[in-house]
Structures are given as C-alpha cells and as structure tokens.
Design a protein around this ligand. Structure first.
Ligand code: HEC
Ligand code: HEC
Length: 271
C-alpha cells in the first residue's frame, strides 16, 4: 500500500472511497478528522506480512485483506486471542502504545465506560467511521469481556508523546484543577478524579491529540448523542481552542492512572 500511494493520496482515497471498487466513502458522520489515524493504520500495514496479518485477523481471508488493506472490520475472529490481536493493530499490544496519537489507549480505562463506548459505537450513538465498523461485529457478551480485559490490562507509558511546553502544561493544570470560572468551565478533576463514577473515563495516560479531538467533538456537538456525552458537551462548549490544547498537554503529561493535582505532592509544591 505504502509503495503505491503517498500519505495525502491515501487520505483522499479513504475520505472519498474507491469510486470504482464500491468502497463507500467514510461512514462516521462529521468525522473527517479521523481519516488520519486510518491512514496511519494503513501505512503501518506494509510492515506486516500477509501471514502475520492472517494470524492477526485469525482468518485465511487475511491474505486478501492484507493485499487490499482497506477491507478491515469484516470477517475478523469474533472472540478470543484473534480478536485481541485485531484490536491491537490500532490500539497497540498490551504495554505498547497505539499506532497513532488519535487512537486512544484502552488499558486501565474504567470497564463500565469501555463497555458503554463500544455499545454506543455499535448503536451509532457515538460517531466514528473506524469504531462503528469494528463494534458492529461484536455481541454484548464479547463487549463485556473486552471491557473487562482492557480495564485490567497494565497501561503503556505514553509519556514519549509529550510536548514539553511547560507553560502550556501549567495553564492546563490550572484548568484541570480549578476550571475557568469566568467562562463557566468547571474543574475537570470534579468528575475525572477516578473515583466519582465508573462511567466517567480516566484521562491521565490518554494522548494530547486524542484529548484535543474529543474536546472539539464535544464542543461542536458531534459527540452528544448520549446523556453522558451531553454532560461533556456542557463543559467543552465554553472552552476555546487554546484551553483545549493546554488542558490536553497537562493531562497527557500525567502518567497513566495518576490523580490530577497529585504531582504537587511529588514536586513538593504547596508546602
Ligand atoms: C482500524 C483501527 C482500529 C481498530 C482495529 C480498533 N479500534 Fe478502537 N478506536 C480506534 C479509533 C481511531 C478510536 C477513536 C474513535 C473516536 O474518535 O471516537 C477508537 C476508540 C475506541 C474506544 C473508545 C475509547 C475511549 O477512550 O473513549 C474503545 C473502547 C475501543 N476503540 C475499543 C476497541 C476494541 C475492543 C477493538 C477490537 C475489537 C478496537 N477498538 C479496534 C481505532 C481502532
Ligand atoms: C460534570 C462532570 C464532568 C466534568 C466537570 C468534566 N467531564 Fe469530561 N467527561 C464526563 C463524562 C460523563 C464523560 C463521558 C462522556 C461520554 O461517554 O461520551 C467525559 C468524557 C471526557 C473525555 C473523553 C475521554 C475519552 O476517552 O474519550 C475527555 C477528553 C474529557 N471528558 C475531558 C474533560 C476535561 C478536559 C474537563 C475539564 C475542562 C472535563 N472533561 C470535565 C464528565 C465530566
């Protein structure tokens, strides 16, 4: 694939579909932004031999898909190790990072949140051309097993992705802990402290690009089709681009599982 097309051509192909092969245009409504991680995924594929790809997808049709690259989401093993290897082609193996900053880390995330996310993709209540295609193939029991599996998995260290902009991280930290009272932005820690509700996702350990995109989607009303997403819409709608970038930089600087603000203690601040 990578030998035949350069990155911008891949982007165009995925966004518009292969007109003459019947490949549909991108299915996630309002989600042109996520064509990029798919391009990253496709670029990653050539490093995988057809045999490895067949092993990953757990199915002899894998050779065909490896050659054509684009037909993911159909015919993969619907449970067990084969399925986990399939998820790992984008989300990374246990302990490793995902293939792209726009693909979220799953390890250590709350089980109830993971389960609900997969159900919402499946029911077309959370828009993503990539994950809707994947989740459509999963049944309720498998979704519960996957959520349980990833919530127990040990998170990978994402810190290499950090942008070392100390001023931005510091501004983001203030937003996370205190909000922006003049703009009606509440403190993120009020809900995302990790203990509030299993339905509120953990943010520490997610990458900055992923957090920024999700905040923009909540802001723009693209991710608003569940009562929980509605809560976040009412947070993000008051945020501007710079605040989103700052808070994402701060959250991405935290190690997975960290409690917001706890780094004060480590740094010896506030004494
Ligand atoms: C082709 C790449 C790809 C594959 C394969 C894939 N995912 Fe995803 N996944 C993504 C992307 C991209 C997102 C972010 C989508 C969005 O913006 O909502 C995502 C999001 C998710 C989320 C939401 C996480 C959060 O923090 O909100 C869950 C849960 C998830 N994937 C689980 C899985 C599971 C389980 C599998 C295997 C059955 C899988 N994914 C396979 C690319 C992929
Ligand atoms: C009143 C509670 C509340 C507050 C305050 C809040 N959030 Fe959220 N947040 C939620 C809920 C609930 C969800 C799950 C939404 C869903 O499932 O679609 C969420 C989801 C998110 C996600 C998506 C994570 C993922 O894995 O896809 C991000 C990013 C996020 N919040 C960032 C923030 C930031 C940054 C702040 C502070 C500016 C903040 N939140 C403040 C309740 C809150």
């Amino acid at each position: 694939m990578r030998d035949d097309f350069d990155t911008s051509e891949l982007f165009w192909i995925v966004q518009n579909g292969f007109k003459f092969t019947g490949m549909p245009a991108w299915p996630g409504e309002g989600r042109d932004d996520e064509v990029w991680p798919l391009v990253a995924y496709l670029e990653h594929l050539p490093e995988t031999s057809p045999e490895e790809f067949a092993a990953m997808t757990g199915d002899s049709g894998g050779t065909f898909r490896a050659q054509h690259g684009l037909d993911f989401g159909v015919g993969f093993e619907s449970s067990g190790e084969g399925l986990l290897r399939y998820c790992a082609t984008c989300h990374g193996e246990a302990g490793a990072r995902s293939v792209d900053g726009l693909v979220p880390a799953l390890a250590g995330q709350n089980a109830a949140y993971l389960r609900r996310s997969l159900e919402e993709y499946r029911q077309n209540r959370r828009q993503s051309g990539m994950m809707e295609t994947v989740a459509a193939e999963l049944d309720t029991d498998t979704i519960a097993e996957l959520a349980d599996h990833y919530s127990r998995a040990r998170p990978a260290d994402q810190t290499v992705e950090q942008r070392p902009d100390a001023a931005s991280i510091e501004r983001g930290r203030a937003i996370a802990l205190h909000g922006v009272p003049t703009e009606r932005v509440p403190p993120c820690a009020a809900c995302h402290s990790g203990t509030k509700s299993d339905q509120f996702p953990r943010l520490a350990g997610l990458s900055a690009p992923y957090i920024e995109v999700q905040l923009q989607l909540f802001h723009d009303g693209v991710r608003t089709q569940s009562p929980y997403a509605e809560i976040m819409h009412n947070v993000a709608r008051y945020m501007n681009r710079e605040e989103m970038e700052d808070v994402a930089a701060y959250l991405a600087s935290l190690p997975p599982g960290a409690v917001m603000g706890a780094e004060d203690v480590l740094a010896g601040e506030g004494r």
